[in-house]
Design a protein around this ligand. Structure first.
Ligand code: SF4
Ligand code: SF4
Length: 269
């Protein structure tokens, strides 16, 4: 009797800081070892590959060839397209070319993190390498986006497991984000919301209001304009308060294009 084949996943990293992969290493249900040894076959991920160099590139081509039409492609990081894509070369090829060729044979494409979703930090002005996100690069193809910097690994894992279980993608919003994860504003589920409603705000880091856990809106919190489930599912399985606002830092809108990566409101005047 042969064991059932684990669903193949190919994970490509371009203009990235590796934070998205790091985020994948943190969950405990399933644990990383259960995920990659029992549930899926992670055929290529530059950070986690057992092999390196030619051996790793051969494993990638082998998986694409053997699993055409069956594998899930995950793109981490932005795709630099300026000057023919020379600003991110892997195994002698531009990353853009690798993404295009691999996506053409994938069953589904998932852009993990804000860089892969729309360019993120890598596309910050003046964007000298011409970084763009996977949906723009692969225009015309359905690309699921799991933005966040880093994204919450459970939103990624739930999307993959939904696809494997139901053989279809979860419902997506107009930006390609799964609605189960990005359907509500941070502000709707924030534990500091009663302070917002009562008009109790921290005005400076370390002031009395900040120490008492008051609302961080006046320190630049972007929770009222950011769709994500951070306050509901938290990060890294370490208990209550394990998300930015819970630790006393304003939400900086990392899951929303055009909202994140900007200065706090009071510093923009
Ligand atoms: Fe790093 Fe954030 Fe980009 Fe992920 S989205 S690669 S964590 S900068
Ligand atoms: Fe809303 Fe941010 Fe205040 Fe929470 S801390 S209630 S998300 S403004």
């Amino acid at each position: 009797v042969t064991a059932p084949q684990r669903p193949p996943v190919i994970w490509l990293s371009g203009s990235a800081c590796t934070g998205c992969t790091e985020s994948l290493l943190r969950p405990s249900h399933p644990s990383l070892e259960h995920l990659i040894l029992d549930l899926i076959s992670l055929d290529y991920n530059e950070t986690l590959n057992a092999g390196a160099g030619h051996q790793a590139e051969a494993a990638l081509q082998d998986s694409i060839h053997k699993n055409a039409g069956k594998f899930i492609l995950v793109v981490e990081g932005a795709i630099p397209v300026k000057d023919g894509g020379v600003y991110c070369m892997i195994g002698g090829k531009p990353f853009s070319e690798i993404v295009r060729d691999t996506a053409a044979k994938a069953a589904a494409v998932v852009a993990i993190g804000s860089c892969a979703s729309w360019g993120g930090v890598a596309a910050a002005k003046p964007n000298p390498t011409g970084c763009i996100g996977a949906p723009e690069f692969l225009k015309g193809k359905t690309v699921v986006t799991i933005p966040g910097c880093p994204p919450n690994a459970y939103n990624f894992l739930s999307t993959v497991i939904h696809f494997l279980t139901f053989k279809k993608l979860p419902a997506l919003d107009e930006k390609g984000r799964p609605k189960f994860a990005y359907g509500r504003l941070i502000h709707e589920n924030c534990e500091r919301r009663p302070h917002f409603d009562a008009g109790r705000f921290a005005l400076k880091f370390g002031d009395d209001g900040h120490r008492k856990g008051y609302c961080l809106y006046k320190l630049g919190c972007k929770g009222p304009m950011t769709f994500a489930n951070c306050p509901a599912i938290l990060f890294n399985d370490v208990g209550p308060g394990a998300w930015p606002v819970g630790t006393g830092h304003p939400c900086f809108g990392c899951t929303e294009e055009g909202v994140g990566f900007t200065l706090p409101l009071h510093a923009q005047a």
